[in-house]
Design a protein around this ligand. Structure first.
Ligand code: TYM
Length: 329
């Protein structure tokens, strides 16, 4: 069979939230159904080091993210699911690409510009982050990279680097396409802007019921009185609910908004209940994984092994193309 490859990553800088799931992970799960696609998904723990997290916390978040992906439907028998730092070839490839990367290209990245707008003394990792991301991707020669809209520029930089490498050293890397599904490209957070760990506007998927309720109740709304009709299209509660509800449930909420005598508090409770219901099975699977450390360790090893089976020959191919000696297995 003529396989295509899909690859994507997620940073363990916090617990998985609705934006991650709807914008990215749900797409990974759907791709698994296509037999002609080989899937690679990983926890980007090297990337998380930029914010110098507490080591114990980083490891816990990394393991939690690994388990969360499986609980949400990634299947280790179908996909290669791994932890980035289990495959040190990523850091080597990052260095090999660094010499090809213009400083200006990094300085123009949106993510870096955002950072320096509030950070006076940014570290080198933040500047060169897109090179590591390019290495993560190019290592596995994926044809497409399923991501949310915020990653688009990183994929463009990856494409630029792949093309440049291929031009200088000969055809080595597949030039990947971003795969961004417009309808879920930017999931809003509790303040109506893009949901993001750094903005403190997230709704966690596997938080405690109390935490999720608190996050949902904090959604920003206007001050239309309870008895009056309300606009649903512009309401942050509705704009999250619509991704989880069935068509008839959505219609019901629209009618409630239009008819009045339905407060934002009611809509928030409905959303809260929907989140718990939607992820109930995943929550049970996560609990099982939490109770089964040995199984999780075995899955992590299996993922690392499968990833390195690809990464090791690839790094040798790159080393050879660049005039470096090959590494033994
Ligand atoms: P991260 O960890 O910020 O996000 C993981 C995935 O979730 C998507 N996402 C969203 N999609 C829609 N709406 C939102 N509000 C939302 N918030 C997050 C992101 O677009 C992403 O797809 N740099 C990456 C991690 C990474 C990576 C890679 C991704 C490292 N190496 C290689 C792809 C390929 C990041 O910080 O994602």
């Amino acid at each position: 069979m003529n396989y295509k490859r899909s690859l994507s990553g997620i940073k363990p800088t916090g617990n998985i939230h609705l934006g991650n799931y709807l914008g990215a992970v749900q797409g990974f799960v759907n791709l698994q159904a296509q037999k002609e696609i080989k899937n690679f998904y990983f926890i980007a723990d090297y990337h998380a080091l930029n914010s110098t997290p507490d080591p114990k916390n980083l490891r816990r978040l990394t393991l939690d993210m690994f388990k969360s992906l499986i609980a949400l439907g990634l299947d280790p028998d179908i996909s290669t699911i791994f932890i980035q730092s289990d495959v040190p070839e990523h850091t080597e490839l990052c260095w090999l690409l660094t010499g090809l990367t213009p400083v200006g290209l990094m300085e123009r990245s949106h993510a870096y510009k955002d950072i320096i707008s509030h950070e006076k003394n940014p570290n080198m990792g933040l500047l060169s982050y897109p090179i590591l991301q390019a290495a993560d991707i190019l290592m596995y020669d994926p044809h497409f990279v399923p991501v949310g809209a915020d990653q688009k520029q990183h994929i463009e930089i990856t494409r630029d680097l792949a093309e440049k490498f291929n031009r200088i050293y000969g055809d080595t890397f597949v030039v990947p396409e971003p795969m961004i599904q417009e309808s879920v490209a930017i999931i809003p957070g509790t303040d109506g802007t893009k949901m993001s760990k750094s903005k403190n506007n997230i709704i966690e998927i596997f938080g405690s019921e109390k935490e999720i309720k608190k996050q949902v109740m904090s959604i920003t709304t206007d001050s239309t009185p309870l008895e009056e009709p309300k606009e649903f299209e512009t309401c942050a509660i509705y704009n999250i609910y619509k991704f989880l509800a069935t068509p008839s449930e959505l219609q019901e909420m629209q009618d409630n908004y239009k008819n009045g005598n339905y407060g934002y508090g009611h809509a928030k409770i409905r959303l809260y209940e929907k989140i718990l219901e939607y992820f109930a099975d995943a929550r049970r699977t996560l609990q099982d994984l939490d109770n089964n450390e040995d199984e999780v360790s075995a899955l992590i090893k299996k993922g690392a092994h499968k990833a390195r089976e690809y990464a090791h020959p690839k790094i040798n191919q790159v080393r050879k193309a660049m005039g470096l000696g090959e590494l033994n297995a």
